[in-house]
Design a protein around this ligand. Structure first.
Ligand code: R5P
Length: 305
């Protein structure tokens, strides 16, 4: 039997498909004590022979979510369970994927290790910032799935709306493969930008088209430009690109998409001020821009079942 245990504070994530596919939802009681410490109680009895899937939010309050996950894994082990899986659709701490400056802690790897050391068998996530950061530690146990099939469906819908007069942009090198694959699948053009950040303060110090001729053609000829990133955090990356496109005189639609929509601080205003017309994300992080087409449960289920 497959059991789903959901982080009670993970809102906006549509997990109904797990239940439609035979997963039994384990009820938990969750509260915080006056001093902020968390309390969890299983309200259903636990079957040691079951396969457990713990659905955890990666944002907001990622630290308490991680602790919640640790408490659950550890307790399930104590109760005799031996197949325990973490599903964290947005995997936090993943952007610190290397030692950018000497002495920095590489948090991505640590979080993964914590779950394994406690006894989790597999960690599932989707579009993790840099999957290479996780290779070499536990390899096949860290299962990074791709939201690409969902974006393909979403873009096919846009192709119908804009009669294929669509152009895709990858906002930085890290996204080239993803966006290029999408462009090929739906047969539209694509290009990418080069982005450099100041390592100390994190702001963007350079953001330029890598293929100026293709980019200029897109500005002149296209009705709709779609820019897809993995994470929309402060909105700085996508706003920087959108304002460049507008400054070049582009009058068409600019749609920005991200797998994980964190929308920190004034990110939404920033995006609209920069000339973006539409924002769209998957459901990995609760936000107002989740598209029905981009719900991610089917991606996890097609791997698990
Ligand atoms: C960075 O390389 C990532 O792929 C995203 O571009 C970045 O995390 C987005 O962050 P922000 O919205 O703050 O620019």
């Amino acid at each position: 039997m497959k059991y789903l245990i959901k982080d009670p504070l993970y809102r906006g994530y549509d997990y109904s498909m797990f239940l439609h596919n035979g997963f039994k939802l384990i009820k938990t009681q969750y509260k915080t004590f006056p001093d902020g410490e968390i309390y969890i109680r299983f309200l259903d009895s636990l079957d040691p022979s079951g396969d457990y899937y713990i659905l955890l939010r990666g944002y907001p309050n990622q630290n308490s979510s991680i602790l919640f996950g640790e408490f659950l894994v550890s307790t399930l082990i104590e109760k005799g369970a031996s197949n325990i899986n973490i599903i964290m659709p947005y995997f936090p701490y993943a952007r610190q994927d290397k030692e950018f400056m000497p002495g920095e802690i590489v948090s991505a790897r640590i979080l993964e290790k914590i779950f394994y050391n406690l006894g989790a068998n597999r960690i599932f996530t989707i579009d993790v910032h840099n999957s290479n950061a996780f290779l070499g530690i536990t390899k096949s146990k860290f299962i990074n799935l791709s939201s690409l099939p969902l974006w393909e469906r979403y873009l096919r819908m846009l192709c119908d709306t804009y009669k294929k007069n669509l152009f895709l942009i990858a906002p930085d090198k890290g996204r080239i493969k993803f966006v290029e694959t999408l462009a090929k699948r739906i047969s539209v053009e694509f290009t990418y930008f080069i982005k450099k950040r100041d390592l100390n303060v994190g702001n963007i110090i350079l953001h330029e088209p890598a293929e100026p001729e293709i980019y200029e053609r897109a500005i002149k000829m296209t009705k709709c430009i779609v820019i897809i990133d993995d994470i929309i955090a402060t909105g700085g990356t996508l706003a920087s690109l959108a304002s460049k496109i507008r400054n070049e005189g582009f009058k068409g639609q600019i749609i920005v998409g991200g797998t994980h929509g964190l929308f920190l601080n004034d990110a939404v205003d920033r995006l609209y001020y920069s000339g973006v017309n539409q924002i769209v994300t998957t459901d990995t992080v609760e936000n107002p821009f989740i598209s029905e087409i981009l719900k991610t449960a089917p991606i996890f289920l097609s791997y698990i079942l």
